[in-house]
Design a protein around this ligand. Structure first.
Ligand code: UDP
Length: 471
């Protein structure tokens, strides 16, 4: 019988932290079936239906282990989602250690791969004599920031957002402080403290596995590999979900609605798995869509004053979001638009022939999914590293149009309408579509089974892990 090599992956809580690392595992096992993966899942509360139905689809060589939910009362009340996620992992460390103990009682563990929020498990890798990696489900550019943050923290004084000149990360386009991830916007906040702590913690890994690809961010990856030569870097993407769940009647309905729309006529509007807008922003977006006169499919959530309001736990999850739309909006736009409450099968929607643009919060999965089907974007970043992703899309790759928001995060209806028209009617949009069509080809090449750069990186990892005999 062929020898099996065991690795473990540790996502942090939340569907969008689980999916990337599991999709990475699936992709890795497709190419290297002589491995077995144990997915150790910390949890903040009960798992959502999407998490459960997703885990039911895993191949048999991935064992998923749900850790007991932590006691919510042990979490800081009212803290930012990132802090809650990170603290949940801290509180789950004893259970993670027990699981690793049980795995390694019968066979060695070659590698432990953790999500950045689960960086504290890297110390456990050492304890169990295995290699350790951070799986970075985002761009090389955002990964670079995380690696250079301790240096920036020492060298830059004052708030990053107040600096007149941009910040230079090796091999990346210069980025202004206000476009850095949300936790860096207030350096005296707990959010920043945790982000810095995460950055320092992640740099204890043996290497970084990044869900990007060489052809997309070659300058950044080369600069990282050169300047941070104490780590191994592997770009293994684009790794995205092949399909999203479509058993739901409402989800099927929206695909049927798309079937009835003309080719290349619909703007898809979505803010990821948990992005939320304020009531004012929802109203302006509705009016902007209407004013543009274009067809649209909008995945809508109930409003929240926090941009990541529905990410972990939205008290309004049960409320009908449609009641927050302006009076008469649904009636006035019924010939041109469809508003879907809560969730829609994004992967199928983006690849539908009627979809021609994507107004997105620029979560990295959404960015990659759009790229893989050649759909240009409109950027409306909300939180996390989404502003940096928007900079990459608009300034480096030039496949997206930026929406300019007011100070309070609201984008006015005229701006929304103008930007939509620019993408959907003007020459600028056509040029962007051509550019992203090229990226689509590069993205497919990167994961080509025989010659892809990302396939090659995964083979390098497999060889390293197979030959690993302890630290
Ligand atoms: N997604 C989906 N339907 C929705 C909203 C999101 O299938 O209605 C999926 C989307 O295809 C992507 C993920 O959820 O794979 C969102 O990830 P992303 O990184 O874009 O944003 P996040 O949710 O992390 O903010």
């Amino acid at each position: 019988m062929a020898k099996t090599t065991r690795i473990a992956v540790v996502p942090s809580p939340g569907f969008t932290h689980l999916v990337p690392i599991v999709e990475f595992s699936k992709r890795f096992l497709e190419l290297h079936p002589n491995f077995r993966v144990t997915c150790i899942i910390p949890s903040l509360g009960s798992h959502t239906d999407s998490t459960k139905s997703y885990l039911q689809t895993l191949p048999s060589n991935i064992d998923s282990i749900f850790l007991p939910p932590i006691n919510k009362e042990d979490l800081p009340q009212g803290a930012y989602a990132g802090i809650l996620i990170q603290k949940t992992v801290t509180l789950s460390l004893p259970a993670i250690r027990d699981t690793l103990k049980s795995i390694t009682s019968t066979e060695p563990l070659a590698a432990l791969i953790a999500d950045a929020f689960a960086f504290e498990t890297l110390a456990l890798a050492q304890e169990f004599n295995s290699l350790s990696y951070i799986y970075s489900p985002t761009s090389v550019m955002a990964t670079s920031l995380s690696l250079y943050l301790p240096k920036l923290d020492k060298e830059v004084s004052g708030e990053y957002r107040d600096h007149k000149s941009p910040i230079y990360l090796p091999g990346c386009v210069p980025v202004f402080g206000h476009d850095l991830p949300a936790p860096t916007q207030n350096r005296s906040s707990d959010m920043y403290k945790h982000y810095l702590e995460r950055s320092i913690g992640c740099s204890k890994a043996n290497g970084f596995i990044v869900n990007s690809f060489l052809e997309l961010e070659s300058a950044s990856i080369k600069a990282l590999a050169k300047e941070k030569s104490n780590f191994d870097f592997y770009t293994v993407g684009p790794i995205t979900q092949k399909t999203s769940s479509t058993n739901d009647v409402k989800e099927l309905e929206c695909l049927r609605w798309l079937d009835k729309q003309p080719r290349c006529s619909v703007l898809y509007v979505s803010f990821g798995s948990g992005g939320t807008l304020s009531q004012k922003a929802i109203t302006e977006l509705a009016l902007g869509l209407e004013l543009s006169g274009q067809r649209f499919l909008w995945v809508l959530r109930a409003p929240s004053d926090s941009a990541f309001g529905a990410y972990l736990d939205n008290k309004r999850n049960g409320e009908d979001p449609l009641k927050f739309l302006p009076d008469g909006f649904l009636e006035r736009t019924k010939e041109k638009g469809l508003v879907v409450p809560g969730w829609a099968p994004q992967v199928q929607i983006l690849s539908h022939h009627s979809v021609v643009g994507f107004l997105s919060h620029c979560g990295w999965n959404s960015v990659l999914e759009s790229m893989q089907v050649g759909v240009p974007l409109i950027t409306w970043p909300l939180f996390a590293e989404q502003r940096m992703n928007a900079v990459l899309l608009v300034e480096v790759l030039k496949v997206a149009v930026r929406l300019n928001a007011r100070e309070d995060g609201v984008v006015e209806k005229e701006e929304i309408s103008n930007v939509i028209k620019c993408l959907m009617e003007k020459e600028e949009g056509t040029v962007m579509r051509k550019r992203i069509e090229n990226l689509k080809v590069y993205a497919a090449d990167a994961i080509n089974k025989d010659s892809g750069s990302s396939t090659h990186a995964l083979s390098q990892l497999a060889t390293k892990w197979e030959n690993f005999s302890g630290i």
